[in-house]
Design a protein around this ligand. Structure first.
Ligand code: IPE
Ligand code: IPE
Ligand code: MG
Length: 240
C-alpha cells in the first residue's frame, strides 16, 4: 500500500548497494549471478520513492576502485550495465524518472557511454524521481576532477582564487545539479563509505544494515526512510 509522503523525511537518499557477491556465494553461484539479482532490485526501490516522499535517489553501481576486480567480473558488470540501460529506459520514462550518471566516463567503453548519454536525453523531460547512478565514481576522484576544472577557470582568468569557498567548489562536482544527500544507506553489514559522496555527505545521516543488496526490499527502504524522521539533525548548532 502506498504510504503518504513523509514531510520530515529525507528528500535525497543515497545507497551503497553492497553484498551481491556474498549473496551469490551463499547460493553456490558465480558473483555475476548476484549482480544480476542486485540489478533487478533497483526497479522496486526506484518505484517506491514517490510513496516515501523521496525526490532524489542516488545509487552506487561501480566505484573507481572496482577495476581491481577480476577481468571477468569487470567485463560482466559492464555488460550488465549496458543491458540494464537498454532494458529499463522505457519503463523509467513511463514512470517519469529522470536518469543521470555521475563518475568519470572517460574510462568507460564508448558503447556504454553512448547508452548513458541516450538515457539522460530520453529522460531529460521527466519531472518525477531523480535517479542518479554512480558509475566509475569515487569521491576523491570527483573532487580531484572538480579541482582540475576549477584551476583551469582560474588560469583562464574566469575565477578569482579569493572567491573560492564552500559554495564554489560544489559547482564543479558531478553532483552540481543535486541537493546533498540527507540519508546514506549501506547494505551488507559493512560500516564504511568506500569513497562515496565524500563532500556531499558531510551532514548526512547513515544507516548501515546487514541485509545483502539483492534481499533489500521496498518495505525495508520505507522503514529506514521512516527512522530518519525521528532523528535530531543539529548541523553543529545547539537546539533551542
Ligand atoms: C556490490 O556488491 C556491487 C559492486 C561493488 C559492483 P559486491 O560485489 O561488492 O558484493 P560483496 O561485497 O563481494 O558481497
Ligand atoms: C562499494 O562497494 C562500491 C559499490 C557498491 C559500487 P565495495 O564492495 O566495492 O566496497 P569495499 O571494497 O567493501 O570497500
Ligand atoms: Mg562489496
Amino acid at each position: 500500500m502506498a504510504r503518504k509522503p513523509e514531510p520530515t523525511g529525507p528528500r535525497h537518499v543515497a545507497i551503497i548497494m553492497d553484498g551481491n557477491g556474498r549473496w551469490a556465494t551463499k547460493r553456490g553461484r558465480p558473483r555475476l549471478f548476484g549482480h544480476q539479482a542486485g540489478a533487478r532490485r533497483v526497479r522496486e526501490i526506484v518505484s517506491a520513492c514517490p510513496d516515501f516522499g523521496v525526490d532524489y535517489l542516488t545509487i552506487f553501481a561501480f566505484s573507481t576502485e572496482n577495476w581491481k576486480r577480476t577481468q571477468t567480473e569487470v567485463a560482466g558488470l559492464m555488460s550488465l550495465f549496458r543491458r540494464y540501460i537498454i532494458k529499463e529506459m522505457q519503463q523509467f520514462v513511463a514512470e517519469n524518472v529522470r536518469v543521470r550518471f555521475i563518475g568519470d566516463r572517460a574510462r568507460l567503453d564508448a558503447r556504454l557511454r553512448g547508452l548513458m548519454d541516450e538515457a539522460e536525453k530520453m529522460t531529460g523531460h521527466c519531472t518525477g524521481t531523480n535517479l542518479t547512478i554512480a558509475l566509475n565514481y569515487g569521491g576523491r576522484d570527483e573532487v580531484a576532477r572538480a579541482t582540475q576544472r576549477l584551476a583551469q577557470d582560474v588560469a583562464a582568468g574566469k575565477l578569482d582564487p579569493a572567491d573560492v569557498d564552500e559554495e564554489t567548489l560544489p559547482k564543479y562536482l558531478d553532483t552540481c545539479l543535486l541537493p546533498d544527500p540527507d540519508l546514506v544507506i549501506r547494505t551488507s553489514g559493512e560500516a564504511r563509505i568506500s569513497n562515496f559522496l565524500l563532500w556531499q555527505s558531510a551532514y548526512a545521516e547513515y544507516e548501515f544494515i546487514d541485509t545483502l543488496w539483492p534481499d533489500f526490499t521496498a518495505e525495508e527502504f520505507g522503514k529506514l526512510v521512516g527512522n530518519y524522521g525521528g532523528r535530531d539533525r543539529r548541523f553543529g548548532a545547539v537546539k533551542a
